[in-house]
Design a protein around this ligand. Structure first.
Ligand SMILES: Cc1cc2nc3c(=O)[nH]c(=O)nc-3n(C[C@H](O)[C@H](O)[C@H](O)COP(=O)(O)OP(=O)(O)OC[C@H]3O[C@@H](n4cnc5c(N)ncnc54)[C@H](O)[C@@H]3O)c2cc1C
Length: 538
């Protein structure tokens, strides 16, 4: 099997000589959280330097090419962009209206639950009627569920607002925000749903997208379940031209203000002097001085590795990070096929394949025994979703199969080099790939014999390329406890250090992008943020 290296790379290669002598802010990490923060600050006149350790910019929104195929790594579908919503307006603003979206099929998610098949269809009333058609006896429960989703919408704004308040403002506004926030949003998803219905299949369908946040219903927080359900209520969309286009369109905004997005730029340490941030030390030992550092590298990296340990313990973050835990890792089988999506009959529908309707038990069984069935297998058809894919890769198609994978199952190879981890690792990957392929052939038997190329990523690949040290899929786990940790905010106790990205709000491209907006809101203050909001949302 010949292996051509990926050529799809964006951002400018880091060299100390290419740095400007004085930046207004440094951003660690070029995921959507970091880029949103950098672009909005640039819009306010800041000169921002984004430092990305990977060979390309975009974090989980990056794409890569190999052997004539191209895959996204962390963007399979995005909701809420089919109309001029707040989400869409922010994407439009950041990308100068260049990013366009292609709708998926009306049936954007299909759930195979044991031997039963259910689905989610686009549109609030269509979604409702379709669910009622599948569960006619549960009409009341379904309507009550949709009411809860609506209530969570209001609560989410309160949640976001609470994240940007200064400590004294929190003291004043805290009781009001608490009063406006219904308690059920912090309960676990299963408990909330089981008060509406005892139909376990209905609960399974309502939670059919649990893989979008990485936790099954008895462990996840209802707020994030509801946020995701609301996000996709009007269907799924795919960025035209591929997910890498998101970063590609945002970067010029940062450059226009004199800033830059550097790749191969690994930050080794956040420098703190006399309690204040002073800049960063790169892994080549070069020091970049700057009084403002924004970390979009994740909470675990920031407090567990990038800050000096004595600073972390003096500020109490060493105790705080013990209350949160990394999410589970994942496998992704990247598949290339000769023939177009149309010729091969590939749908613009995601498949979610479950062994049965008790998702929590399936996860527990799998964690206890890796040979147990995968608790979920997710199949996505990216080339079918992107109307421009064939312009870049004529006559081909792609598929991605994702499944959970605890990091511990791969830990014995920690520290080995990507592509050179040894025969036993390759043999495990080969077994896992075959298991995943069987799920695909079970649903689309006509694809047997049509696959030209595949390669499997593991949690070690996530660690290698995305610098998540536990190979975590979604940053911090979305438990009820995590969502109530009030230190997970843009503002930190260390003057000059700010946080952004998925860990301070929720995972998802939109969650991390909104985190960027929150960070800039907290940094810029009311006077500057008002006009910026007007520009974005007018
Ligand atoms: C398999 C998978 C599928 C997904 N599917 C979807 C989907 O369909 N829809 C959706 O909305 N979301 C999806 N997500 C989630 C979404 O991609 C993420 O939640 C979001 O992109 C996270 O953005 P971020 O900016 O917070 O972090 P990231 O994109 O992870 O960016 C963090 C960046 O920091 C860099 N970094 C870390 N340490 C350092 C350092 N020391 N120095 C320099 N740089 C550093 C990393 O290299 C990385 O690029 C998916 C994620 C995965 C993994």
């Amino acid at each position: 099997m010949s292996m051509k290296p990926s050529t799809l790379r964006i951002g400018r290669r880091y060299r100390p000589g290419r740095l400007d002598p004085a930046y207004d802010a440094l951003v660690i990490g070029s995921g959507i959280g970091g880029l949103t923060t950098a672009a909005l600050l640039s819009d306010l006149g800041w000169k921002v330097c984004v430092l990305e350790q990977h060979y390309t910019a975009g974090g989980y929104t990056h794409s890569y090419e190999r052997n004539g195929y191209e895959w996204d790594v962390g963007v399979h579908y995005i909701g809420d962009v089919g109309a001029k919503t707040r989400t869409r307006k922010l994407f439009d603003y950041l990308t100068d209206d260049q990013l366009q979206w292609a709708p998926m099929d009306d049936e954007y998610d299909r759930f195979y639950v044991g031997d039963k098949v259910f689905n989610a269809v686009a549109g609030k009333s269509e979604f409702r009627d379709n669910l009622v058609a599948q569960f006619p006896a549960e009409e009341q429960a379904i309507d009550r569920y949709l009411e809860l989703l609506a209530q969570v919408g209001g609560a989410l704004s309160m949640f976001g607002m609470a994240r940007v308040l200064k400590p004294w403002q929190k003291t004043v506004a805290g009781p009001y925000l608490k009063w406006k926030t219904p308690d059920f949003i912090y309960r676990n998803t299963y408990d909330v749903l089981s008060e509406l219905t005892d139909d376990q299949d209905l609960i399974a369908v309502i939670c059919g997208q649990w893989g979008d946040m990485g936790l099954p219903p008895r462990q996840s927080v209802f707020m994030v379940h509801a946020m995701i359900a609301r996000h996709y209520l009007y269907g799924g969309y795919y960025p035209i031209g591929g997910s890498w286009k998101i970063a590609d369109y945002i970067i010029p905004k940062i450059q226009a203000a004199g800033g830059e997005v550097f790749t191969y730029a690994n930050v080794e340490e956040i420098l703190v002097d006399d309690g204040r941030v002073k800049g960063v030390r790169m892994s080549d030992e070069h020091v970049i001085e700057c009084p403002v550092v924004i970390s979009s590298a994740g909470v675990d990296n920031t407090f567990g590795h990038l800050l000096p340990a004595e600073v972390v313990s003096a500020t109490g973050y060493d105790r705080a990070i013990r209350n949160v835990r990394p999410s589970i890792g994942h496998l992704c089988l990247y598949i290339g096929l000769k023939g177009t999506a149309e010729e091969l009959g590939l749908p613009k529908t995601n498949f979610w394949i479950y062994p049965h309707n008790d998702y929590d038990k399936a996860v527990a069984d799998f964690r206890a025994d890796p040979a147990a069935p995968f608790p979920v297998v997710y199949v996505s058809f990216p080339s079918a979703k992107d109307p421009e894919y064939l312009e870049r890769h004529p006559g081909t198609a792609t598929i991605e199969i994702v499944a959970p994978a605890p990091y511990e199952q791969f830990e014995q190879w920690k520290g080995t080099i990507w592509g050179k981890r040894g025969e036993d690792y390759e043999s495990l990957k080969s077994d896992l790939s075959e298991r995943l392929l069987e799920h695909l052939y079970d649903k689309l038997p006509e694809l047997r014999g049509r696959i030209d190329y595949f390669e499997l990523s593991t949690p070690l690949s996530t660690e290698w390329f995305s610098a998540y040290r536990h190979g975590e899929l979604y940053g911090l786990d979305h438990t009820p406890e995590r969502l109530q940790e009030d230190w997970l905010t843009p503002r930190t106790k260390i003057p000059g250090l700010w946080l952004t990205g998925q860990d301070i709000l929720t995972c998802g491209v939109t969650g991390a992008m909104m985190a960027g907006l929150l960070t800039v809101t907290a940094m810029a203050g009311a006077k500057k943020i008002g006009p910026l909001m007007k520009r974005i949302y007018s």
